[in-house]
Design a protein around this ligand. Sequence first.
Ligand code: PEP
Ligand code: MN
Length: 374
Amino acid sequence: MKLNLNIQPLNTWITSGKEPLVIAGPCSAETEDQLVATAQLLAKTGKITALRAGIWKPRTRPGEFEGIGSIGLEWLKRAKEETGLPTAVEVATAKHVEEALAAGVDILWVGARSTANPFTVQEIADALQGVDVPVMVKNPVNPDLSLWIGALERINNAGITKLAAIHRGFSSYGNTTFRNDPMWDLAISLKTQVPDLPIINDPSHITGNRDLIGYIAQKAFDLDMQGVMIESHIDPSVAWTDAKQQVTPAALSDIIDNLTLRKAEVKSAAVSDKLAELRAKIDKIDDLIIQKVAERMNIAEQIGKYKKDNNITILQVNRWEEILKKTTDYGKALKLDAEFTEKLLELVHTESIRRQGIILNEGQEQVEEKLTQA
Ligand code: PEP
Ligand code: MN
């Protein structure tokens, strides 16, 4: 299902002529010196399109630094005057919107915790009525695509057409490689459902770890995202918030230099012929995979009938373990990752079991029918 939002193309409202689009700046504005000095070094790299800074910080626990507040807007104004960089801040209330606009902030963004709350998003949207300002909407903390789309719709309904999404990953329980799991599929679904919507990736909040920022940024560009937002601090070791994920302006400059920007559209005829040939091969194999899976399901159903006639349980653990071992070993020999083979098999096996369950229950329903008729 496609959703038509009234959105102006990104390059009509964020014009720097720089490739790739990088929004950078500290997680939080801490002091005037820290903010202005960071902004100056960022601007000097010549690779930054806009300056970000958190002025009001949504903190998980009370007692943590909750942002410097309105005074930071003055510092941001100075940073803009001295560097010429447009500025971006997070807004979470109508008051934040009013103050940020009054201070001449160029881009507003809605944070992940706010996107998760439709009341908050609506309050922000109401404050934006009649205002022509770019707004970026971070994904909600929980992996719920509707909440993300809903927030974008609310902001768009308020008349904001300079609109983009920010993909900053999703909370998950337990230890994971990333601070926030990227769940790329969700960002891809958003792009599929709202094709005109630019998506900016936030590798800092996804990784929570400065060493992985380049890797995630590259992946985002490979998935055709339009830009990145990266946290940068003049001295990350003493940052008041998100110290582990911030990079110096110099380190950020290296990260940007190491990115490879690939084109979504292929220009050369030779390249596109080769691509078409390889894609045709893939399509054929996909057809075969589906055909074989369907054949396998057919046989699984025959087994289901047999099990029913002979009163055998659907799942025989030994048999399943044997299939798993045999097939992952075979996969390994063919250079397939064991975890991948296991996941694939599990998916197919779960569907087989579901179908066999239907066959068994079909009988039961008939029995129940007979029983109720009696
Ligand atoms: C931030 O950008 O500093 C921030 C608080 O991000 P998020 O809303 O993604 O947690
Ligand atoms: Mn942060």
